[in-house]
Design a protein around this ligand. Structure first.
Ligand SMILES: Cc1cc2nc3c(=O)[nH]c(=O)nc-3n(C[C@H](O)[C@H](O)[C@H](O)COP(=O)(O)OP(=O)(O)OC[C@H]3O[C@@H](n4cnc5c(N)ncnc54)[C@H](O)[C@@H]3O)c2cc1C
Length: 358
């Protein structure tokens, strides 16, 4: 055996599982397809500051992320919502939004969400068992566990372990090659779990000044016009460059037809129409379209689910796969599925469950 647990995917679930296994003294390796760890957690690093291109928010009442931040020595701050929130009507007219900002009460991680995955990766680095640019293509059972077929760009090879923990979106897990094949009901259950936020694109715009604050605005704006349908302050807690980010309202297929340059132009025009000429000339505009990322989104994910899907995987691997194959991405968590909290909760639960079964 090459190790005891092969963790497939180095996003938050995979890194948390590794961190917990390492505390329990259980040998593991993380096999990650991308050149970087973090998965859907990604920061744009500009001018020495990090801006979230994936998740931004955590909330009170999420004990697992609160505890992990505490142990890793990371802090959090409140999403800025003071000031007037704006509403752009279909006619283009701008009016103040009545009621609380939709993100009142949300918290952000100091240094950006990637501070969390970076801290986990850094604490695991000395074990020399993180393998970026390693794509898992096939999983087989052996007499004593599993064998994974892996491609690292140069060659295809196999690693063996007692178990594999799939910390990848369930729809991507369903598409891997298995020998023997996964039971159909399990495969269908995996396919039914949409990859949270995979259909979405985020645009981050950087500015020299927080001109919205100077006008008594919160930076939050809701729009019926688009391209951005929801805009928020994305500035760091302590100084500039200052930032606004927005979710693009056009569906994935429409985005691919428009192209990035035109989308950037439309975003700039929209920001000026909402916030005035002060929004002209951002220092930078960056688009992160998650629907075009093959290690996040499956074809079925191109259309976003109408609301927050029902998450959790009631059916676990059985028969030949029992105690050999675990599904641990955030979507497999019932209570906080899709969220940062769900990834940490599920991965932690897996590590303890695996430890008990040894
Ligand atoms: C735009 C956006 C906004 C979001 N906003 C929020 C928010 O505000 N709050 C919140 O709580 N959550 C939010 N989320 C969700 C949050 O990002 C996820 O819950 C979390 O990052 C999931 O972590 P994970 O490890 O389960 O999956 P992932 O981060 O998807 O990690 C899976 C990893 O597996 C790798 N992989 C895939 N296939 C293979 C393969 N065959 N071989 C090897 N490796 C493979 C991938 O490269 C990836 O690194 C948001 C997500 C997005 C995209």
């Amino acid at each position: 055996m090459d190790t005891e647990v092969l963790i497939v995917g180095g996003g938050l679930s995979g890194l948390t599982a590794a961190w917990q296994l390492s505390k329990l003294g259980i040998p593991y390796r993380i096999v990650e397809a991308r050149p970087r760890m973090g998965g859907r957690i990604l920061s744009l690093t500009k001018h020495g500051t990090d801006y979230d291109l994936g998740p931004s928010w955590i909330w009170q009442g999420q004990p697992h992320v609160a505890e992990l931040l505490n142990v890793l020595g990371l802090s959090k701050f409140s999403q800025p919502v003071e000031g007037t929130t704006l509403y752009q009507l279909q006619s283009g007219q701008i009016q103040p939004h009545q009621g609380l900002s939709p993100m009142a009460g949300a918290l952000r991680i100091q240094g950006g969400s990637a501070a969390l995955t970076n801290a986990l990766s850094n604490s695991l680095m000395s074990n020399n068992n993180l393998y970026p640019e390693h794509v898992v293509t096939k999983i087989m059972t052996t007499n004593h566990g599993v064998q994974l077929q892996i491609n690292n760009g140069d060659k295809t090879f196999e690693w063996q372990a007692k178990a594999a923990a799939l910390a990848i979106p369930p729809r991507l897990a369903a598409k891997l090659n298995y020998s023997p094949g996964l039971p159909n009901p399990l495969k269908q259950a995996l396919q039914k779990l949409p990859t949270w936020m995979a259909a979405h694109a985020k645009v981050v715009t950087l500015f020299d000044k927080p001109f919205w604050k100077e006008q008594g605005l919160s930076g939050t704006a809701l729009s019926q016009v688009g391209p951005l349908v929801e805009i928020h302050d994305a500035s760091p807690n302590d100084g500039g460059p200052y930032a606004l980010f927005g979710f693009v309202g056009y569906p994935a297929n429409a985005r691919s037809q428009i192209g990035e340059a035109e989308l950037v132009n439309k975003v700039k025009q929209q920001l000026v129409s909402i916030f005035g000429s002060a929004a002209d000339n951002p220092i930078d505009v960056v688009i992160q379209d998650w629907s075009t990322e093959p290690f996040t989104a499956d074809e079925e994910d191109l259309n976003a689910p109408a609301g927050h899907p029902e998450y959790g995987l009631a059916m676990q691997a059985q028969n030949e796969w029992a105690d050999r194959l675990y599904f641990i991405s955030t979507e497999t968590n019932q209570d906080h599925g899709g969220l940062i909290e769900g990834a940490i909760d599920r991965a932690t639960q897996f590590a303890h469950e695996f430890n008990k079964s040894r």
